[in-house]
Structure formats: C-alpha cells, structure tokens
Design a protein around this ligand. Structure first.
Ligand SMILES: [Zn+2]
Length: 375
C-alpha cells in the first residue's frame, strides 16, 4: 500500500468537512519519514509521515490531523515564528490558533489538540498572543518545520516553491471569501487579512500614477529656454523659467487568453480619465498589446481605442522590454495584467513601472508599485 492510497480516505473526509481548504489539502504531497515518530508538515507543503504512526490512526483522526497540519501552512506559522525563541511552545500556540476554529465542527484532532483554554487564554486569538501568555506549556505532538520554521532531520527536498505556496494561500483566501457563510470565524478573519476586500483601487491607482508623474516631472528643471515673464520687469537680468518635462507614458496590456477583457477595458478607461485629468492625454500615451510577445503598438488618442490582440501564453517581461525600446523612451510604464506572468528580475533602467493586477491578489514584482484592481 502506498502512502497516497492510505491518505485517500482521510483526505476525502477532510475535503468534505472543509471544502474551502480543498486546494490546500490536495496540494500537499506525502513523503515517508520512517522513524520520525510523527506525522508532520515541512515548509514546502510536504506531509512527512511515519507509517507506524499513521497505522495507529483511523480515517477520521487522520483527516482531522490533515486539516490541522494544512492550517499551519496556510496560516504561515513557520514564517511567523521567525522571532520566536521557544519553538516547541510556538507549536502549541499555533495549534491553539487552529483548533479554536475546528472546535465548532468537533474536528479537533486527538493528537495536537491544544486549545486556547489549555494556555489560559480566551478564544479567537492569534498564536502570537497565546505565546505571550504566562501559562507553562508542555511539549507534545511535533507538527514539523511547517509549523515553526526549523528544519527536521526527516525533511526531504521537493514540494512547493515559495511562490507556488503563496498563490495557493491566496486561492484559499479567495475560496473562503466566495462562501463566507460556511466558514469558521477565525478563517474568515484570516482571509480578510490576506486579501482585504474591495480596497478602492481607483484611488490607489491614481495615487501611484500621480507619484510616478511627480517623480518624473517633479525634478523641476530651471531652464533659460523660455525667459520668465518676470524678466520684463527687469531688463538687466534674464530670470530662468521653470520647465516641467512632460512624461511619456507607455501602457503594456496583457492580452493573453486568461485575461478578463471587460476588466481590462475598465482599467484602461480609468487610466485614460486619470491621464486626462493630469493633462497627459494624447500624444504621450502609447499602448502595447502583449501576451508572450508584442503584437501591436498603438499611438492612440483614447486608451479605449486599443485593439486587443494575442491570446497565447503570457510574458509581461517582453512587454516591458518593448516599451523601454520605444523612442522617445517612456518615463512611466503602466502594466495591466492578471498577474499570472513571469517578471524580469530587475526593473527597467530609466522608467518607472506601475503594475495593475486585474481580478486576482497575485503579487506583482517586488521592484514595482502594484495596484490590485477588482471587479
Ligand atoms: Zn499543530
């Protein structure tokens, strides 16, 4: 019997009880960790399982433990343990944060069953608060490096990369927010903290564009090209006038198959309105349609005139590269994408980039300012 066969029934039990954790439960792969004397998770979302321990648990108890262990991962207990000294205590405090939400459904696992009350704390708190309490905590079930960030001897390479894990967490948060009525209070609070609902993206986008324009044109250039009007009142000295360079803007539109064209049209219309208000409409704005390659560069008067082309894979790096190669080189590049794209490692030289991510909470590249645009 393989581990996957052994886990099939408990996993099904867990998914049925907690549908909003389904994608996390299925993302975990099972590895055999003979002699570990526990069933644990590592930081790459692998279940490290001692078969002898698994043989002792029935389907119901293993299912409860799967939900519990996956919760450590989704709630990032390993990363949150960074400044924690007593990792064994932290493990119990993470358990209490998780089990609190399993209690309502009577799904607390018999192993790793610590509750807030066991730590002398009231319900509904976070592991950090429990950790700060005075109560002495006894060591217990080892939930693994996925619960406290310290590698175990039995941890094996493989599993998810950090970026994949982040996407999964965002997916779980989205699943929870889709059907909040059936979700435990702690999970709902968690999902809202991960993806705050309905931030006013228009305001954020406007602020990002304003700051980009200010950074480019704000470096006010004292120039003698046009004499100051005040020069008329003083015939002996020519005063310098202030010339604000007008920023050239390129908009890179993701037109790959996965894009929501309605959302894209709305984002473009919004940008057009913002640019018009800033007196930047027209000649300075160029729009590139990009999926895995650049399909069209339009010099448009209105962003809404953009023809969406393409429909293949996605690489916004190609779009940014093409935008930087335009002459005159745009000083501001706005990228509109659903976020499921590779990004260049470094920002382009000489251009500021604002990324608008449409319809998902996928993070943008860490070197760009990112705005999440919701429906
Ligand atoms: Zn645990």
């Amino acid at each position: 019997m393989s581990l996957d066969t052994d886990l099939a029934a408990p996993r099904l039990w867990a998914v049925t009880k907690y549908p909003y954790l389904a994608r996390a439960l299925f993302a975990c792969t099972a590895r055999e960790a003979v002699g570990s004397d526990t069933i644990a998770v590592d930081e790459s979302w692998q279940l490290q399982i001692d078969p002898a321990v698994l043989a002792e648990l029935d389907t119901n108890q293993t299912g409860r433990l799967l939900v519990h262990l996956v919760s450590h991962l989704v709630r990032q207990h390993a990363a949150r343990a960074e400044h924690v000294e007593d990792r064994a205590r932290w493990n119990r405090c993470g358990d209490a944060e998780i089990n609190d939400d399993l209690l309502a459904d009577d799904c607390v696992p018999a192993v790793a069953g610590t509750l807030p009350a066991d730590l002398g704390c009231t319900e509904g708190g976070l592991a950090e608060a429990y950790y700060a309490s005075e109560t002495e905590v006894l060591p217990g079930w080892d939930c693994g490096s996925g619960a406290d960030g310290v590698g175990r001897p039995w941890d094996q390479p493989g599993g998810l990369r950090p970026g994949q894990a982040e996407l999964l967490r965002l997916g779980v948060a989205a699943d929870i927010q889709r059907d909040p009525g059936s979700v435990a209070a702690g999970w709902l609070r968690w999902a809202q903290s991960v993806s705050p609902s309905r931030t006013d993206w228009r305001r954020v986008l406007a602020a990002e564009l304003r700051s980009a324009v200010a950074a480019v044109s704000g470096s006010v250039d004292y120039s003698y090209r046009r004499p100051s009007r005040r020069a008329h009142t003083n015939t002996r000295i020519v005063l310098p006038s202030m010339v604000r360079p007008v920023p050239d803007i390129a908009i890179v539109c993701d037109t790959s198959g996965s894009m929501d064209s309605q959302l894209l049209a709305r984002a473009l219309a919004e940008i057009e309105a913002l640019l018009a208000r800033a007196g930047l409409r027209g000649r300075q704005v160029r729009v590139l349609s990009v999926d895995a390659q650049v399909h069209a560069v339009d010099r448009v008067n209105r962003a809404s005139q953009v023809q969406l082309a393409g429909g293949g894979g996605t690489d916004m790096g190609a779009g940014i590269e093409a935008a930087v190669a335009l002459r005159p080189r745009p000083s501001i590049i706005v990228v509109l994408t659903d976020g499921f794209t590779p990004w260049p490692v470094k920002p382009p030289r000489g251009s500021r980039v604002v990324v608008g991510i449409l319809g998902s909470r996928v993070p943008g590249p860490d070197w760009a300012r990112t705005v999440h645009i919701d429906l």
